[in-house]
Ligand binder design. Structure first.
Ligand code: PLP
Length: 378
């Protein structure tokens, strides 16, 4: 037992002010739909698709994709074939669903009967896809991923030449795409370099993909303007309220009830490692949310908001709880919640306090929340 744990028993007994035991995560589906419309309006000459990989960036695949479909999205992207099969189950026949990771032989079960379109990214994948055709009997043509500078996935110039020299019969490409490495930095010269490479290579690809549409832009590329839009833009993070779409509507609200509020005398410490010591008599709120819920790297400089007033995190984040210093604000009433994400701070603010990105905050949201999906008017 640490000295602080022993000393804590000497402090004034805690009192519960709980409105419940569970943190409440609310996903505003109307905001997702509005963000999609706003991004689509920035690329009026292109189709706006929607990227819903990783459980729609942690917000929930089925409700988010349904809201996006209702808003008008007709082309969707996932990362993995299994995500695509789940999405087909949700959307039913009709919408185009592309799989960024392409096709690998062990993906066959997910592709059977689901009408998914792999974005083929290597000669190996093209061969594997063609070899699987009799089994999968695809009804839609795949996409082709072209490398343009990010060096993750995609055909190199030499591989593309080889494909053109000996074009496989009936490949029937419907999309030729690439991905930008620095689209969140408009001034970065790599954007224009990658665009140039994509322009040239997709021109070459058009010989073997006459009907295919071209796509280069994710959220960042959509905001870079018309030269980056081509036929189809594929925003992800901006739909869910994250940078670089700074004008996005806020999508996720995270409210946490107080398990306890306790008064401690000056000199007492709070939490593991006794890293926070009260320099005055302090009021400490205990919130049931911790690193197992996605707050793993939260820094000390993070505030929660109680009735609109900031209260700093005090001490280390535990697995299941955090402690906050309420000394400078009115004591919470029974039923009050602490806001972690909401009108007072968005995913990017939380990301900054965690030394990470909005993408990681969203996809790291845990499974233990009481989740609610809200639509306009509901
Ligand atoms: C994730 C992803 C996107 C969406 O990117 P955002 O930055 O979230 O808009 C688009 N294209 C590819 C290839 C991706 O992997």
């Amino acid at each position: 037992m640490t000295s602080s744990a022993a000393a804590a028993s000497a402090s004034i007994p805690a009192r519960p002010v709980a409105a419940g035991s569970k943190a409440r995560l609310t996903v505003h589906l109307d905001a997702i739909a509005d963000n999609w419309r706003a991004l689509a309006a920035k690329a009026p000459t292109a189709e706006a698709a929607a990227v819903v990989k990783a459980d729609a960036y942690g917000t929930g695949l089925a409700p988010a994709a349904t809201a996006l479909h209702e808003a008008g999205a007709r082309t969707f992207f996932v990362a993995q074939a299994g995500e695509g099969a789940a999405l087909r189950e949700t959307l039913g026949p009709g919408p185009a669903i592309y799989v960024f990771n392409g096709y690998m032989p062990d993906d066959a079960p997910a592709f059977r009967g689901t009408d998914l379109r792999p974005v083929l990214s290597s000669p190996f994948q093209v061969e594997a896809w063609l070899a699987a055709r009799d089994d999968i009997r695809p009804t839609s043509g795949p996409g082709l991923h072209i490398e343009s500078g990010i060096n993750r996935l995609g055909f190199t110039a030499a591989e593309l030449d080889a494909l053109r020299a000996d074009p496989p019969e009936g490949l029937d490409l419907t999309l030729v795409m690439s991905h930008l490495a620095n689209a969140d930095e408009p001034a970065n010269s790599m954007n224009a370099r990658q665009r140039g490479a994509f322009l040239g290579r997709s021109e070459l690809a058009s010989r073997i993909a006459p009907g295919a549409r071209r796509s280069l832009a994710a959220t960042g590329g959509t905001l870079l303007g018309a030269p980056f839009h081509f036929d189809l833009v594929r925003p992800g993070v901006g739909l869910y309220g994250g940078e670089p779409f700074v004008d996005a509507r806020h999508v996720v609200t995270l409210m946490v009830p107080f398990l306890q509020v306790r008064e401690i005398p000056a000199g007492e410490s709070v939490g593991y490692g006794a890293t926070w010591t009260a320099r005055r008599a302090s009021r400490i709120g205990v919130l049931p949310i911790g690193y197992a819920d996605g707050l793993h790297r939260l820094s000390k400089d993070f505030d929660v908001y109680v009735n609109g007033r900031p209260a700093p995190v005090a001490g280390r984040v535990s697995m299941d709880m955090i402690t906050v210093d309420l000394t400078d604000i009115p004591e919470p009433s029974p039923g009050d919640f602490a806001e972690i994400l909401g009108p007072n701070q968005n995913v990017d603010r939380l990301a900054a306090a965690s030394g990470t990105t909005g993408y990681e905050v969203l996809t790291g949201l845990g499974a233990r929340y009481l989740r609610t999906y809200e639509k306009a008017g509901a």
